[in-house]
Ligand binder design. Structure first.
Ligand SMILES: Cc1cc2nc3c(=O)[nH]c(=O)nc-3n(C[C@H](O)[C@H](O)[C@H](O)COP(=O)(O)OP(=O)(O)OC[C@H]3O[C@@H](n4cnc5c(N)ncnc54)[C@H](O)[C@@H]3O)c2cc1C
Length: 325
């Protein structure tokens, strides 16, 4: 078995916390197969992210830090990643499942001529080799066992299936990797980043999520549940129906084709509980549903259910929480 390279994401110079799920999976697997675990950072001006990454117990942090890589494009990053991976005798490449890795890792797999498996839940090892993975299928109604042939395997890791790597006392060595990127030869260039900014927590990191669906009837309905979210310090999520209707931005979508979340508390309001939505939140520790239809499927997975019109129940709940606070 060779080494495990974990492709890590950074934003505004900082390591993205979601990457720590892949870091944990990668370090544990490397230890099991007697290989080394390397965290890989790609970009320009990486000093802060490199320093942060060095505290999670990887055998080294590999950094491709090059002005030609300022402004992410899958084209340039996949060249950098594949060169760095080849130079470090990797037999397993991991990243946490995010929009970034969904775009980048298949391209890396093609460049490495590697097999790829996405959104894995577990990794199995046998002696010094990775023997297989499990992954959810059909919106989580089945779990399949997958094995991948070849010298290198590329995989994305479902964030909610692996804990975050903890910080350790030892600091990892940071190694600079140089790759040749010719900006003139690239066909894609980043022109502008349009970001949806919110003072609320990110869905992936939130301990509490208040999510709304078509039952909220419009963007004004979301203003009602936002009051509840802000009182609870929660992130706001949404069903695809609410996103498709244009009531909220699509980065709030929870589900099979949105974000997979597992907060301590998930409050689903005006959401029916379609299988594709449930696939993205069923691992939440406590699920609360507010829906005016007593037969809504969401009640089958809810720990607490309230059959009520949200327009009446949520403001009442807000007042009660204010009193307690
Ligand atoms: C390939 C594929 C991928 C998909 N991916 C996703 C995904 O990632 N995420 C996702 O969410 N969906 C996804 N969907 C869509 C999914 O199938 C459902 O259509 C969607 O989840 C329904 O959203 P909803 O629950 O908000 O709306 P609805 O199913 O219309 O439910 C609205 C609910 O609101 C309740 N309600 C109405 N009025 C009130 C009121 N005043 N107070 C309280 N409750 C009220 C109703 O009783 C109902 O239960 C996907 C579908 C496909 C085919």
């Amino acid at each position: 078995m060779g080494n495990v390279v974990i492709v890590c994401e950074h934003k505004n110079g900082e390591l993205v916390k979601q990457s720590l799920s892949a870091v944990k999976a990668g370090i544990d697997t490397a230890r099991a197969v007697s290989g080394k675990a390397f965290m890989l950072l790609i970009g320009a001006g990486l000093d802060k992210a490199k320093g942060e990454a060095s505290h999670y117990g990887a055998d080294a942090v590999l950094a491709v830090d090059d002005p030609a890589l300022a402004g992410y494009t899958a084209e340039a990053y996949s060249i950098a990643a594949s060169e760095a991976i080849k130079a470090n005798s990797a037999s397993l490449v991991l990243a946490t499942t995010t929009a970034f890795s969904k775009e980048l890792l298949p391209r890396v797999a093609v460049k490495l001529k590697a097999g790829m498996v996405s959104d894995i839940l577990t990794i199995s090892t046998e002696g010094a080799r990775v023997s297989g993975f499990s992954r959810a299928m059909w919106a989580g109604s089945m779990v399949s066992d997958v094995s991948v042939d070849g010298e290198i395997i590329v995989a994305t890791v479902r964030g909610t299936a692996f804990e975050h790597a903890p910080k350790v006392d030892k600091t990892s060595e940071v190694r600079s990797i140089s790759v040749t990127i010719d900006p003139q030869a690239l066909k894609a260039k980043q022109i502008q980043v349009i970001e949806h900014k919110s003072a609320r927590p990110q869905l992936a990191d939130a301990g509490v999520i208040v999510s709304g669906g078509r039952g909220l009837k419009g963007a004004d309905g979301f203003k009602v549940i936002e009051q509840l979210a802000d009182l609870l310090g929660a992130a706001v999520g949404a069903s695809r129906a609410a996103v498709d209707a244009g009531w909220v931005p699509n980065d709030l979508q929870v589900g099979q084709t949105g974000k997979i979340v597992a907060p301590g508390l998930y409050i689903a309001i005006g959401i029916s509980g379609a299988i594709q939505h449930v696939a993205g939140m069923k691992d939440s520790k406590t699920i609360v549903a507010i829906n005016k239809d007593p037969d809504a499927p969401i009640f089958q997975i809810a720990d607490y259910g309230l059959v009520a019109d949200f327009a009446k129940a949520v403001p009442e709940l807000v007042e009660e929480i204010k009193k307690v606070k």
